[in-house]
Design a protein around this ligand. Structure first.
Ligand SMILES: Nc1ncnc2c1ncn2[C@@H]1O[C@H](COP(=O)(O)OP(=O)(O)OP(=O)(O)O)[C@@H](O)[C@H]1O
Ligand SMILES: Nc1nc2c(c(=O)[nH]1)N=C(CO)CN2
Length: 175
């Protein structure tokens, strides 16, 4: 049994549709879905604004590697395209594995470049932490502490002010 928090983001094409595609591709594993946020581009300012959200998933059989495989499958299913030469550049869909917990609730730690856990830049990204707080208000980022403490301290506090909640956009299925 593992539980994981995934970050989903899109800044090309029909952004909302891409996020919805990601949630659909994750299927029965999805436990909780955050609100949608419009966020300024991080890491490379010369690109359109993103829509970001966070998803909590769980599966009795999934290994940490399975979550990376499912993240990649969701990107493919939602028709991921990207500029391969551009680090932090625009993309139709990005699904990052932010953190994973084992069946005893212990965080899984990994320094494997293929799957580093927790995600090595999560603590620097208001666009990851703010949606995650929606679905886990008392959550902790393993190795870094309470989500709310991270988001309320500089430099993230300034970034958090730039995020726009989009309650008009929802990822939940209508059915
Ligand atoms: N926790 C993780 N989640 C997703 N990918 C990871 C993780 N740790 C390592 N990776 C590796 O990172 C590589 C690059 O992923 P990707 O193309 O999504 O990077 P990026 O979106 O440009 O940057 P970032 O990962 O900072 O968002 C992938 O090949 C993947 O194996
Ligand atoms: N706001 C925002 N900025 C980003 C995002 C993202 O999802 N949201 N993803 C990136 C990929 O590395 C780079 N920059």
């Amino acid at each position: 049994m593992t539980r994981a928090v995934l970050s989903i983001g899109s800044n090309l094409g029909d952004r909302l549709d891409h996020l919805r595609g990601a949630v659909a591709a994750l299927g029965d594993g999805v436990l909780l879905v955050s609100g949608v946020y419009e966020t300024p581009p991080w890491g490379d300012a010369d690109q359109p604004a993103y829509l970001n959200a966070a998803v909590m998933v769980a599966d009795p059989a999934a290994t940490p590697g399975d979550w990376l495989a499912r993240a990649r499958a969701a990107e493919t299913a939602a028709g991921r395209t990207r500029d391969a030469d551009r680090r932090y550049g625009p993309r139709t869909l990005d699904v990052d594995v932010i953190a994973v917990w084992d069946d005893a609730g212990r965080p899984v730690l990994s320094d494997d470049p293929e799957l580093t856990l927790p995600h090595p830049r999560a603590h620097l990204r208001a666009f990851v932490l703010r949606p995650w707080i929606d679905i886990e208000p008392h959550g902790r980022l393993p190795g870094h502490g309470w989500l709310t403490d991270l988001l309320n301290a500089e430099p993230l506090a300034a970034d958090a002010l730039e995020l726009s909640p989009r309650p008009d956009l929802t990822l939940e299925s209508d059915t």
